[in-house]
Design a protein around this ligand. Structure first.
Ligand code: PLP
Length: 375
C-alpha cells in the first residue's frame, strides 16, 4: 500500500511503545515494574460495572445519537456546570469514545495547512501529532521546572501570531503534574483578548485528581466560554480507560461540526458505556476520593524516594498521577536512562523527550502502581 504523505506527520506515543516492549519482556519471563502507562490501577467502581451489565440487558445495544445519549449529556452539563461554576446546556456537550477524540475533532475543526497551534512543551504528545497531521505548525510554549512548570506569559505572547488558531492548555498536566492557578488562567484570557481567532482546547482530564488545590477552568473566565473546548471524561476519574468514554463541553456553534466528525469516524460512543457513565457521575463518589487519597500517599512516598537518589531532583506534583524528576545531574540522557532502567532493572518508565523537546533531562513515572513497585 502507498500511504499518503500526511501519514509521516502522525506520531506514535512513547507510552504505548514502551508498554508493548515491557509486555514482550514479561512474556519471556522477566518481572517488570510498570510505571509507564497513565491509567489508574484500581478497578472501575462496582456500581458502574453493574449499571453497564444492566444497560446491556435492558437493550442499550444500538447506536445512540451521534453527540451522545441525551440523559448522559444532561448529566454531564449539570456536573460540569456545578464544578466549574458556569451555566452549561446539554446541547453544548458532545460524548466521545474516550476524551482523545475531542483533541482530534478540535484540531481538525480549526487547523488548516500552515495554521499555528501553541502547545505546552512538554505535554501529552497527541496534541502536536494531530496538529502536524492536519498540516498545521506547532509553536511550543515552554514549561519550566524552576517555576513549577507553570505558565510563562512572555513566552505565550511571543508564540502568538496572526496565524495562531489554537492554544492547548492542560492542567493538571501530563507529564509534569503541574497545576495552573486561577490567576495564571486569567492572565492567559487577558492576553487572548487581542487574538479573537484563537480557540482554546482546555484538557481537564485530570481535573479531579488534585492534592489540595482547587481545579479552575479557563472556560469560566470572562469572554472565554465562547471560544473554549473543555476536554474531560471518565478514564482517569473513574478508572475507566478501557471503556472509552469521554466528553467535550464547547460553544453550541461548535457542536454540529464535532458531531459531523463523529458521524464520519465512530458514529457514537458505546451505548451501554454511556449508561454506565451516567451512573458514575450520579452515584457515590467515594471511590474517587479514595483513589485521590491513595495517589497522594504514593506521590509523597515516590517523590521523597526520588529526591534521595544521587543526581535526581523532583518537584512535588500538585495533580494527576505523574512524577517528572530532573535527571540531568546523572549525566545520562532521558532516553538512555529510561532504556537502561528497563533493560537492566525491569522498570518501565518514559523519557521526558516523549513529551516534546522540553522534556529533555526528565523522566516520567506514573505512580498508578503499588507501593511495593514504587519502592
Ligand atoms: N489528555 C491527557 C492529558 C491524557 O493524559 C490522556 C490519556 O492519557 C487523554 C487526554 C486521553 O484520555 P482518554 O483515555 O479518555 O482518551
Amino acid at each position: 500500500m502507498m500511504f499518503a504523505d500526511r501519514m509521516n506527520n502522525l506520531a506514535s506515543a512513547a507510552s504505548f511503545a514502551t508498554l508493548a516492549r515491557a509486555k514482550a519482556m514479561e512474556a519471556s519471563g522477566r518481572r517488570i515494574v510498570h510505571l509507564e502507562v497513565g491509567q489508574p490501577d484500581m478497578p472501575t467502581p462496582a456500581h458502574v460495572v453493574d449499571a453497564c451489565a444492566k444497560a446491556l440487558r435492558d437493550g442499550h445495544t444500538r447506536y445512540t445519537p451521534a453527540a451522545g445519549w441525551m440523559p448522559l449529556r444532561e448529566t454531564i452539563a449539570e456536573h460540569v456546570g456545578e464544578r466549574l461554576g458556569m451555566d452549561v446546556r446539554p446541547s453544548e456537550v458532545v460524548v466521545t469514545p474516550g476524551g482523545k477524540p475531542i483533541i482530534f475533532y478540535t484540531v481538525m475543526a480549526v487547523i488548516g495547512p500552515g495554521d499555528e497551534a501553541i502547545i505546552p512543551d512538554p505535554s501529552f504528545p497527541v496534541y502536536a501529532s494531530v496538529v502536524r497531521f492536519a498540516g498545521g505548525v506547532v509553536r511550543p510554549l515552554p514549561l519550566r521546572e524552576e517555576n513549577g512548570f507553570g505558565l510563562d506569559l512572555t513566552a505565550l505572547s511571543e508564540a502568538l501570531s496572526p496565524r495562531t488558531r489554537l492554544l492547548v492548555l492542560c492542567s493538571p498536566s501530563n507529564p509534569t503534574g503541574g497545576v495552573w492557578s486561577r490567576d495564571e488562567l486569567r492572565a492567559v484570557a487577558d492576553v487572548l483578548r487581542d487574538y479573537p481567532n484563537v480557540t482554546v482546547l482546555s484538557d481537564e482530564i485530570y481535573g479531579r485528581i488534585l492534592f489540595g488545590e482547587t481545579h479552575h477552568s479557563i472556560a469560566a473566565e470572562p469572554g472565554m466560554r465562547s471560544r473554549t473546548v473543555v476536554l474531560d471524561g471518565f478514564s482517569k476519574t473513574y478508572a475507566m480507560t478501557g471503556w472509552r468514554l469521554g466528553w467535550g463541553v464547547m460553544p453550541e456553534s461548535f457542536v454540529e461540526g464535532f458531531t459531523r466528525q463523529q458521524i464520519n469516524v465512530t458514529s457514537c460512543a458505546n451505548a451501554a458505556a454511556q449508561v454506565a457513565g451516567r451512573a458514575a457521575l450520579c452515584g457515590p463518589q467515594d471511590s474517587v476520593d479514595a483513589m485521590v487519597a491513595t495517589f497522594r500517599t504514593r506521590r509523597d512516598h515516590l517523590v521523597d524516594g526520588l529526591n534521595r537518589l544521587p543526581g535526581i531532583r523532583c518537584t512535588l506534583p500538585a495533580g494527576a498521577f505523574y512524577a517528572f524528576p530532573n535527571i540531568t545531574a546523572t549525566g545520562r540522557s532521558s532516553q538512555d536512562l529510561a532504556e537502561t532502567l528497563l533493560d537492566k532493572a525491569g522498570v518501565a518508565l518514559l523519557p521526558g523527550t516523549g513529551f516534546g523537546p522540553g522534556g529533555d533531562g526528565f523522566l516520567r513515572l506514573s505512580y498508578a502502581a503499588s507501593m511495593e513497585d514504587l519502592d
